[in-house]
Design a protein. Structure first.
Length: 423
């Protein structure tokens, strides 16, 4: 190993220790100097020591890092025990973090330096998220935990047992693929649900709308519509959040469609990115128009990992996949436009997934993009109608205008660029 590389690896080992040490020192910043088991200097030296042990292991043998780790663990445990006697804090997080820093220092010296650095950053993020994670656990209900565990078991244990082949004459219903797609969508929705659980709605209407849009923009639109009748003076403020949720739902479709078929990225982006911009402009305009900050209501969202929701989406995805394939076989690709319009009244994800899977075999890129964007446009206007019927007139008008702007910008841009797209 060249000298330059050795110094680079030792530098990364030291940097990992410094990074974790900064976080640990900040968490215990009110403790008097010398009153904690380890601070920024101790963690930095621990990482550096791991780097040295890893560098020397090729000369002395693999037992050196293990021996130092054992001795270091004893020192940290003893220090933590003395600290516990003083303040009755029984947490061993710092001890575990110190041993992990030493291990990452060794990895930086003898293994993949990028993996070591990335692991150090991830570990620091986990340590820094202490209060958010504890708050999430306190707010978690038993049904939420149970649903997540059951789904995890069904995915890890049952998924390999599902047949990875179509079970119907039309080749539309592949249980393995359907379940993978269902869990993927549920996980994406759960990311937004988790963001709301961790931050609440106290970060402003726009961020609340963004997080809610990842879970279900329809549910958020209805939730805000009901609240607008309780606080009609904040209707335009609520419409701003619903508009941002619509923008995030468009971004979600773009990610899902292009992830399943990269060829869909350009045509979907041509229509969805201008529409996203339109929704965001409307959202910021309504926030500015509504004036001073207003209270953000609690968003009535269901856990995306709730078993009934997951199985309902799986059934919907299977049904739309089957109808789409049968429509192509018996009528032609043009029949998908009607399927998209009907599907868009209820959901966008299912038609996006089923259409992306058909692309390249049953339909071309342009047809697939047309179908998905039709479903998106119908879904947006459906939510605007829901806003009118479930909320105040001002809320419905504000969201309806935002939706019209978004659909118009997206539609114009898409049809201007459509002729340049490959078939």
């Amino acid at each position: 190993m060249e000298h330059i590389e050795i110094f680079q690896r030792l530098g990364v080992a030291l940097a990992i220790g410094l990074l974790v040490g900064v976080e640990r020192g900040w968490q215990e910043r009110d403790v008097r100097a010398g009153g904690r088991t380890a601070g920024i200097r101790t963690f930095a030296l621990t990482g550096f020591l791991g780097g040295i042990a890893g560098t020397l292991h090729s000369l002395i043998g693999p037992f050196l890092p293990a021996t130092i780790a054992a001795l270091l663990g004893l020192v940290y445990v003893a220090g933590n025990w003395l600290e516990t006697q003083e303040d009755e804090d029984y947490s061993i997080t710092s001890v575990v973090a110190a041993l992990a820093v030493f291990g990452l220092g060794v990895l930086a010296a003898v293994g993949d330096i990028v993996t070591a650095a990335a692991s150090g950053v991830v570990m620091t993020i986990i340590l820094a998220a202490r209060h958010s994670l504890h708050g999430f656990l306190r707010g978690m209900t038993w049904p939420e935990l149970r649903s997540a565990l059951v789904l995890l078991a069904m995915t890890v244990v049952a998924l390999p047992l599902l047949p990875d082949r179509p079970l119907d004459p039309w080749g539309a219903l592949n249980p393995f693929s359907l379940w993978v797609l269902t869990i993927t969508i549920a996980a994406l929705s759960f990311a937004g649900y988790l963001a709301i659980k961790l931050t609440g709605t106290n970060r402003g209407i726009l961020l609340a709308g963004a997080a809610g849009g990842l879970v279900s923009s329809t549910a958020l639109t209805l939730s805000f519509a009901r609240y607008s009748k309780q606080a009609p003076q904040g209707s335009t403020h609520l419409a701003a959040g619903a508009a941002v949720a619509g923008a995030l739902s468009f971004a979600r479709v773009l990610v899902i469609g292009s992830a399943l078929s990269f060829d869909l990225l350009a045509p979907l982006a041509a229509g969805l990115i201008p529409a996203i911009i339109g929704f965001l402009i409307a959202g910021f305009f309504w926030v500015w128009r509504s004036g001073s900050a207003r209270e953000v209501p609690e968003i009535e969202l269901k856990n995306p990992f709730e078993l009934r929701m997951v199985f309902s989406f799986a059934a919907l995805l299977g049904l739309i996949s089957l109808i789409s394939k049968m429509a192509i076989d018996y009528i032609g690709a043009s029949a998908l436009y009607a399927v998209a319009a009907i599907s868009g009244l209820v959901d966008v994800d299912a038609i996006t997934l089923s259409t992306a899977r058909l692309m390249g075999t049953a339909i071309n890129v342009k047809t697939a993009a047309d179908v998905i964007l039709i479903a998106v446009a119908v879904n947006v206007m459906t939510k605007a109608v829901l806003a009118f019927t479930a909320g105040t007139r001002e809320y419905g008008v504000a969201l309806g205008l935002a939706s019209a702007v978004a659909v118009a910008m997206g539609g114009i841009a898409y049809f201007m660029l459509r002729s340049f797209m490959p078939h």
